[in-house]
Write a protein of this length. Structure first.
Length: 163
């Protein structure tokens, strides 16, 4: 099968829903408000299965143990976005070789308590705060150039949400 996005970095995204159907959001302190909230996401390592990458990234970014995340579903195939020119042209941008990211998205039910979440369990801390939110909120909180992906995630995963 050919790769429809050969110049995009392979990535996973995770929607973690609590028992009441709210989704986990992390705040990136490096991004300016109001677009500094997002779902966990991260790269797929060489030879790594996307589902395995999703659980690894979930643990690295939220501290949630994989054993506390029950699989609910996924969005088949890749969802992709391009980085806007101001990002690609920034000399500090480490991923200039990529036009954007292609993502596989997974939904999980969190079977732990808030005490099981720890943003500092991994050396590379991605978020400085977190909260539970209505799934319908995510499209207004994400940086605009990722918005189409988040709209698709909100539509596909609404069956797991409270709203």
């Amino acid at each position: 099968m050919s790769d429809a996005y050969p110049k995009h970095r392979a990535n996973v995204g995770i929607a973690l829903f609590n028992q009441t159907g709210h989704v986990w959001l992390g705040r990136r302190d490096a991004a300016p408000p109001p677009y500094n909230w997002q779902l966990p996401q991260g790269g797929i390592d060489a030879g790594e299965d996307p589902a395995q990458a999703a659980l690894r990234e979930l643990t690295e970014e939220t501290g949630v143990a994989a054993s506390l995340a029950k699989p609910l579903g996924d969005i088949p195939g890749w969802l992709a976005y391009d980085y806007p020119p101001e990002v690609r042209d920034d000399p500090k941008f480490h991923g200039k070789r990529h036009l954007g990211q292609k993502q596989r998205w997974f939904a999980y039910r969190f079977e732990g308590t808030d005490a099981d979440i720890a943003l500092d369990r991994h050396d590379d801390i991605e978020f400085d705060a977190w909260r539970w939110a209505e799934l319908s909120e995510i499209t207004s909180l994400i940086i605009p150039w990722k918005r189409a992906i988040y709209q698709r995630v909100a539509t596909e995963f609404r069956v797991y949400a409270s709203s």
